[in-house]
Write a protein that binds this ligand. Sequence first.
Ligand SMILES: *[C@@H]1O[C@H](CO)[C@@H](O)[C@H](O)[C@H]1NC(C)=O
Ligand SMILES: *[C@@H]1O[C@H](CO)[C@@H](O)[C@H](O)[C@H]1NC(C)=O
Length: 188
Amino acid sequence: MATSSRAIALICILGSLFMVTSAQRCLSHTFTSNRVFSSCADLPYLQAHLHWNYVPSTRKAEIAFRVSQASEGWIAWAINPTSTGMAGSQALVAFHNSNGSMTAYPTPITSYSPSMLPGALSFQVSNLSAEYIEDEMTIFAIVGPLDHATSLSHVWQAGSSVSSNIPNMHATSGEHLQSMGKLNFLSG
Ligand SMILES: *[C@@H]1O[C@H](CO)[C@@H](O)[C@H](O)[C@H]1NC(C)=O
Ligand SMILES: *[C@@H]1O[C@H](CO)[C@@H](O)[C@H](O)[C@H]1NC(C)=O
């Protein structure tokens, strides 16, 4: 075996080890209250992770979206049914209410300066809740029926502050502008 092909073989092995390792990071996460998710993805930006159980017969997904976040910050996860990126996306947001408890609600992102007030989404949302444990904020919800669940555009975000129980604008640089992608609820 020539040195170069051995080197290529080694690179391939290391590459697949890396993929296995990164695929298992979110799978090893355990949730409180006996919640178990069969699939997950370590999202590439903002230290975010999405976990889900998708039921093809109902086209509903039970999701958990968790992000490393400071106590005074907020997190949001959204599906964009009509486009990519923020505008038009259908979001779930969570943060610490001023009374100290975690709050979560749906909010449609109708423009680049959305109200961030609670509102109905274009798909059903149920069992919505949030928690803050070990410097991580997590949103739990059941979403759907969903169209195109094998090729969804999703977008996620994290912001550093909340005023009067309304999330303030997130940073508009770096990972905050990259945090979107495609999602296949049937894979993984
Ligand atoms: C905090 O405020 C929210 C929204 O008004 C309310 O639903 C929740 O019950 C409150 N929690 C506590 C602990 O008072
Ligand atoms: C969703 O909420 C309903 C009503 O509270 C409950 O019966 C059901 O078990 C919940 N589903 C999940 C997956 O938590």
